[in-house]
Design a protein around this ligand. Structure first.
Ligand code: C5P
Length: 320
């Protein structure tokens, strides 16, 4: 570490810092209605995974800079990490262009997969920039800013197992679920989130509108319900409309069940499909689905403590 660089009006210790951005699956996802702004009312149980991207920060003079090992990821204002930087810079009351930090993003979470990669990067970046720029925005303010970056972003500030209601952005933490192996299967196509919701709307039966108006979607009622076994129901109401256009989704679920999964479903708006296994069974199951021709990876469900984003000196983080 050197003696520091000027960032805004303060001096901050320079050197490398790092933060992990974990992937998520939706153990369950129910679509309860449509809001006047077109967003869908959800009731979803999120679960963070050990699989993660890495963000490394180099404090230095000059404008904000972002680089990424995946050439398909934009490294400008279109990237949620950049947006997170600008939003924290402004919230901290700083003027001019965000500056004083170089960010290196290492991607492992596939894009357009329903695993929340971009959203998780954004949440990790909010936490990191808040610390690096000594903005001290606090949890509540950070989660307000997170909503502006995307409906999934607030969940990643909490991590672990959690219920999401409204747009999936009102988060109620739940106790960590049991340890499990999670096998991810990646079909050869991505699904954009707006597209999946559009397909859901196109396929919805006329009774859906009535149900949307009459269903209680409040977090209060849900909290009692999720404390029981229901928290571990596995299903996704976006799966049928996506699988109707891409039958591979249901094929991948079947392959996971044949490999011994306790349950399998699509995550989020797809296209990734996950299977839940008892601890220790994931690697063999992955080999089995791979031998059937699927692209697959074994990971595990991860606790809140292990996955809540926290900035650390780069030397202390395990890059694997
Ligand atoms: O908030 P986010 O950028 O992740 O959402 C992307 C798009 O997905 C939205 O513009 C909307 O079309 C759709 N969406 C939705 N209902 C949600 C979340 C997302 O319709 N609860």
């Amino acid at each position: 570490m050197t003696d520091g660089v000027a960032i805004g009006e303060r001096r901050v210790a320079s050197g490398e810092w790092a933060i992990r951005a974990h992937a998520k699956i939706n153990l369950s996802l129910r679509v309860l209605g449509v809001r006047p702004d077109g967003y869908h009312l959800l009731r979803t149980v999120f679960q963070t995974l050990a699989l993660h991207d890495d963000l490394e920060f180099d404090l230095r003079e000059g404008p904000l800079a972002l680089e990424c090992d995946d050439p398909l990821v934009p490294v400008d204002r279109r990237n949620l990490v950049w947006k997170a930087a600008e939003i924290v810079w402004a919230a901290a009351g700083r003027t001019g262009e965000a500056s004083g930090v170089g960010v290196r993003l290492t991607k492992r979470i596939p894009a357009q997969g329903g695993l929340g990669g971009g959203s998780s990067d954004a949440a990790a970046a909010l936490v990191a920039f808040d610390a690096l720029w000594q903005a001290q925005l606090g949890e509540e303010r950070l989660s307000e800013l997170a909503v502006k970056l995307g409906a999934d972003v607030p969940f990643f500030l909490v991590g672990g197992t959690a219920l999401g209601v409204d747009r999936g952005d009102r988060i109620e933490p739940m106790p960590d679920g049991p340890p499990r192996d999670v096998v991810l299967v990646f079909p050869a196509f991505g699904v954009s989130t707006p597209e999946a919701f559009r397909w859901f709307d196109q396929d919805a039966d006329p009774a859906f509108e009535t149900r949307a108006r009459t269903t209680d979607v409040g977090a209060g009622r849900s909290s009692a319900a999720v404390r029981g076994d229901q928290a571990f129901d596995v299903f996704n109401e976006l799966q049928a409309p996506v699988a109707r256009r891409h039958p591979e989704i249901d094929d991948a679920c079947r392959a996971l069940l044949e490999a011994g999964a306790d349950a399998a479903a699509m995550t989020g708006s797809g296209s990734t499909v996950f299977g839940l296994f008892a601890p220790g069974w994931g690697d063999a199951a992955t080999a089995k689905v791979q031998s059937a021709g699927w692209r697959a990876l074994a990971t595990t469900a991860a606790t809140r403590q292990a996955t809540r984003p926290a900035l650390e000196p780069a030397g202390r983080i395990r890059i694997d």
